[in-house]
Structure formats: structure tokens, C-alpha cells
Unconditional design. Sequence first.
Lengths: 324, 336, 155
Amino acid sequence: MAEQISEQIIKVKKVVSQDLLSGRIDLLLGWEKGHFWWQSRPLFARSEEDLERLVWDSFCVINLSRYLPDELKENKKIGVLVKGCDARAFNRLLQDRIVERERVILYGLPCPGMLDYALLIEEAGAALKGIAERNGKVILQTDEGEKELLRDDLLLAKCRHCLHPDPVVYDQLLFPPLGDREELEHFKSVEELEELPADERYAYWEKELSRCLRCYACRQVCPYCSCLECFVEQKSPRWQGRAYQPSENFMFHLVRAYHGTGRCIDCGECERVCPVGIPLMELNRKLIKDINELYGHYEAGLDPEQEPPLLTYRPADPAAFSEK
Amino acid sequence: MKKLLLKEKWPELWTLLAHEGPLYLPVEDGSVVLYQPWQEGVKVNLEAVNSTVSPKDIFLPREETYLHYSCRGEMLDLEDVESDEPVTAFALHPCDLKAIEMIDRVFLNQDPPDALYKKRRENTTVVALACRRPDPYCFCGVFGIDPTDAPGADVMAYLTEKGLLLEGRTAKGKILLDKAAPLLEVEADETNITVDVKTQDFGLQVGGLPEDLQERFNDPVWDDLFRSCLGCGICTYVCPTCYCFDVEDYGHEEGGERFRCWDSCMFGHFTQMAGGHNPRPSRKERVRQRFMHKLCYYPETYGEIACVGCGRCLRSCPVNLDIVQAIKVLGGGKVG
Amino acid sequence: MSAVLNDPAVGRKPLIVAFCCNWCSYAGADLAGTSRMHYPSNVKVIRVPCSGRINPMFVLRAFQRGADGVLVAGCHPGDCHYSTGNYHSRRRLSAFKRLLEFAGFEPERFEVRWISASEGDKFAEEMEAMTAKIMALGPNRKMRDARWQSKSLSK
């Protein structure tokens, strides 16, 4: 990358402040620093003063497209900073017809991946004071001196799995594209689980899902969860009970994942936000893998014009059951 | 007098205590640390400062069945579900114990007190564990909590190089130590437990919060603060002082059961009424409710802010909208 | 077969829930009945307008409440009363079947079959075959709600 991610903010600010001041957009969705240097939170900027808090650094993980449906109710035209995954999320919303393309200006940010604070402190070994970045390296500043590591080794799991760091939809691409990534082991953990005997696989999920608090963060953060009323809240019939029984845990997680068949953009936000570390993307990737195998390669969110696999069919489709 | 339990004898203590009834302690489960009942093979982690989810579920379980009913012709038979088994809550940190004290007021300082909570509370022996260092996210000092001492504990424990120093504080605690006596040694040098934990304040000064926060109910700060909220329930579920619950029935052909389970004011359906009206229709009202409950309503009733600075919401909120931010925008930050 | 089903050593009869499309498979089941063909009595038929009506939550709910196996039966591809319903269910239920297996269900627990109105014999054969496979697997405990009690199951 020619410029460090931390140096790009100057150009980002310049572009968005022009548009905000000229009235091209009423609101800019960006990021500002959270309480800690390793956290960012969404910024809803309406003025130049607000823009002073705008940041673009290695911790801008939150997907801002998720805020569009609500914010479009109150604003005529919104500018959004989008990374690769955020742009695919935007396409998801577009395809579900819950945002209007002409009311959104997308500023594309090719994304080198976001850093995982948990990995940083694990690597630091001593109290971590801060980091610096140069030439694809991250320098950890600790009580006991500095430690230099490869940036790619410190990425969030969702970013290590990322295939499309460049936004696939934008009005303006702010920096040169980084190019698609190849990831040969994208479905590795799914394949490993597939190899297990059925009972062991069930035991695995029963254990993992037993931690589920039913906080629904995975749903709330998800760009494919766009239903006005989720099955979880439906009263009649009452699909989802509130007890923390295995049967209820499976009900929620299987249906949540299944509703993403051919819709999940593989952004990994559900797994990132899960407070108890349930490997939710293994369920989502299983469905992506099977759709690819059965009905042809499909990546949700890449092209909103392409028909999602469960909304169409071919008479000669194969089946996962006997058709004789 | 403090007694020493050598590290190598910890498993013996777990076995001993778990034999009597559930022994909850911080356990590594996947990538997180949670308070779970001890059983052979679990990975106990006493070094972790704050568990991902608070240990409040020892006293207020995520789900608790308290009534079975069965149909007999036209008749309905009811049967209470009661449990009298003794419970040990092990290695609760001072902030979490302070939070239990706050929940106690809600469930016990009532007439009648909450029978389910009361029973669990009475049946539980609490072993508190002094902190040795702050977690990156915690700020208990802001609320006057001493991370090295838990006034509500039955036994106070201190982690040392050699093991755990245990000090009985109440009758219940002394019973526990008596049972464990064969495993314990008298520690000659007790001075090595003076721990000096430098707590963080994150620039907070809660004294700076307005005297009457109720006046800020219609303040424009709420119009900004709520925007980033996704509307999930993480903050309420990991929080040690949140205690809201719901009651639900599970019915089948011949009867069923009634249970209570955690609920969250961050959910839209929390205040949904049968006729369809919802007094907190959007995330704005819900975010305001949660922070006002911590900073205004609870203190109005019980005299102190319902936050212990455990930092779990700072760690787990997916969008980093947390109570530190809320306190600051409401005027509880340090000036200058 | 009924001797096997009632064998106390085997335990209770496996419960199989068969969702049958109104236009083909339900008529096929009906034909099996009126033709006095024998098929296991432990199969509970639920009539749905089309295999495309199947919400996977129906299947999960059946497992929660005691089903040992679930079958969805619809018209042969190309014969759907609504033209394309079963083409859609083929895709949806294929993905769902694999998800169930990924969650740890044995493949035999959930099946989809195309059975026409004239295939009473196929309906009976499929039910016999599925019952035999599930007998071999034993009762399903996966996703079964521990709280669920039913008069028909406790017998």
C-alpha cells in the first residue's frame, strides 16, 4: 500500500467535507474514536465541527451501511464511508429494496483489514500502550519496548477471511484498489466439521450454542437480517421460546443461519460481535459452500442484479436428496 | 487469620465443594471466561480479571423454572419447584459482589421479598477474590470500590505466588473453611498480600453529574447518543447490575411449566403492550431508559449509581456505545 | 413391521411426520389407503398446499416435539400445481437438509421425496423404508425439547 491507512484520513476528510458543506449530502456516516485507541464508534456528522472527530484507522471495523435504513428516514441524502464488506452490505440492502441507491453517496475505501485488539495484547506480552504502522508492519509499543510484527498476522478473523477488500459499489473510490485476495482455506473449518461423525458434530454445536445469551447482536448487526418482524418476536405461532434449552438454541441459530442462505455476504460481523464467541460463520459458510456446490458459485453482495440462488431455479437442478 | 491453599491443592478443594452442591467459578469456555459449575475437566481461570458475562446468573439464572402444572380433567395441579442445595460462588471480584448488593436491594428489600432470589442468596456461600491488576476496561475506583476487598464476602481470597490465601469473614465462610481445613496451611507471612491495585478512572468524575438528572430527560444529548446503538441486548446481559426478567410458560399436551428468564430493556418488545402500544417505540427511548436507570432512577430509590465499573459493556458493545460515554455526555467527565 | 414396532425391546414406535403436498403426495397417501396398501401407522401425515409451503421451522418444530424423522413429499418436478413451487423447494430443502446434517442430524432423519397422486405404492414403500432406517437409528434426541411431553409419545 502506497500510503499508510493512518495517512489516508487527510484525503478522506477533504472529500467528505466538500460534499457536506456544499449540501451534496445532509449527513456523513463515518467513524470516530471510541473510549480507547483500539476502538472506534460510528460518527454521524452534520457539520464541519463534527468532521473534526472523523477517523479512518485500523480499528474502523463497524459496518456503517447498517445505519442507512434508519437514517434515510430522517435525511434526504447520506454519504457513507464503505470498506469492501460494507459495500457488499450496501448491495444486500439495495437488493432487499430497503435503501434507495440515488439517496446515498458511497465513498469507497479499499481496506487492508482491521486489527484485532485481542491479538495485539496477546502478542505484546506486556502492557500495550499503543501501536504505529509502517510498510505492512505493526509496531507494538509496550512497557518493555517495541515489538514489530506483520500487519496481516494481526487482523481480525473476519478480515483474514476477506476475499474482496475493495468496495464493489461506490460513487467515488478514494484510493487505488488493493485487488481481490485469494484464500484457499476459506471453508477449512467447515470441512473439518463435516468430517466428524454426526453425534460429535451435534455435541460440538450443543456446547458452542450453550453459551448463547440470546442478545441477538448477531441479528442486529447483520445486513441480511432486514425483516421488519423477525421470527424470534412473532407471537403466533410462537417459534422462538425464551428458555435457554438446547432445542431453543438450535432453533434460533439454525433458522438465523438458514435465513441467510444465498444472502449472507460473508462479512463475519455476526461472529465478531458475539460476546461469547460462538463460531457463527461456520454455519453461514456451510450454507455458502453448499449453494456453491449445488447451484453454482455465488457471492452475495457482489452484484445486486444477479438473482440470489434461492429466488430462482433451473428445471435440471440437482438435489441433496434422492429424486428417483 | 488467613489460611493458605497451595496451588496444587486447588482441584481437591473444587472436588470437595462441588460434592456438596454446584460450585460456580470462572471457567474458560471457547474464547471467553464464564462462571460455570465446576466439573472434572473444566479449565478454571483465576487470573482473568473480569468474566465476559457477570456472575449475577448464580443468583438470578438466565432461566429458572419455578412452577410445574398439569391438567387433570377440568382441574389444574400446581407444584412449586424448589431447590435447597447449597451453592458455592467462587472467585467473585469485589465489583461483582458490590453489584450483587445492588440487586439484593431490588429483590430483598421488598415486602414480600422475592422468594426465588432470597433462597438462592441464602443457600450460597460467596468466596470473593481480590483483584491484582485492573482489566484494560475496568474503572471500579470511580464508584469508590476497593478492588482488593469485598465487604459482602463470606470468605475473602487473595491470589499469591504460592496459591490462595483464604480469610473467613462470616459464619458461612467459617463453615466453608472448616470443611476445607485438612487442605489448608497456616501462612506464616501474611504481609505479602498487601496488594496495591491502581484503578483507572477514564476521566470520569461522577460527582459532576447533574443533581437532578430527571431534568435531562428531554435533553438533546439523547438524540445523538442513541444513534449508534444496534438494539442488541449485550450491555444488559453482560452487566452485573441489570436484573430485568420476563415470565413465560412452556406448555405441552398434559401440562407445562412456568419459568422466568432474563429480559432486556434494549429490546423493542420489552415494553410492548397487548393492545400494540409501545411507550418506548425507538432505540432512543430504550438507550435513554438504560442509562437513566443506572444513573438516575436507581440512585433515586437506593442512593447510589447502579454501575460498578466492571467495564464489561466497554469490552463487549459491538459499536462501543458504553456507560463511560453516557456519563461523560451527561456531565460526569473531569473538567479540563 | 408392526411386530418390530411394538417390540418392547425396541422401545416406542418412531414418530415420523410427513408433510404432503395437497395435489400429489397427499393424494398418493390417500391412494395407498384406499388401495389397502400397508404402510406403518407411526407416520403422521400433515397436508400442506405445496411442498413450497414448507417453512424449515415446521421441520425443526417437529423435531423439538418428538419426531424421529420428518419427510416432505411433493409433486415431481415439472408437475407442480402452482407450476414452480417444487422447483423452489428443491433448492431450499436441499440447502436445509445439508444444514441439518451439519448441525449433527443423521441424514436419514430428514428426507424429501417426489410422490405423485398415482404413486400410492411409492408412498407406502417410502414410508416403510424410512421407518426401517429410523428404527435402526433409534429415537431422535437431537433438538428434542426436554420439557416436551405428549400423550402419544409417553405410551
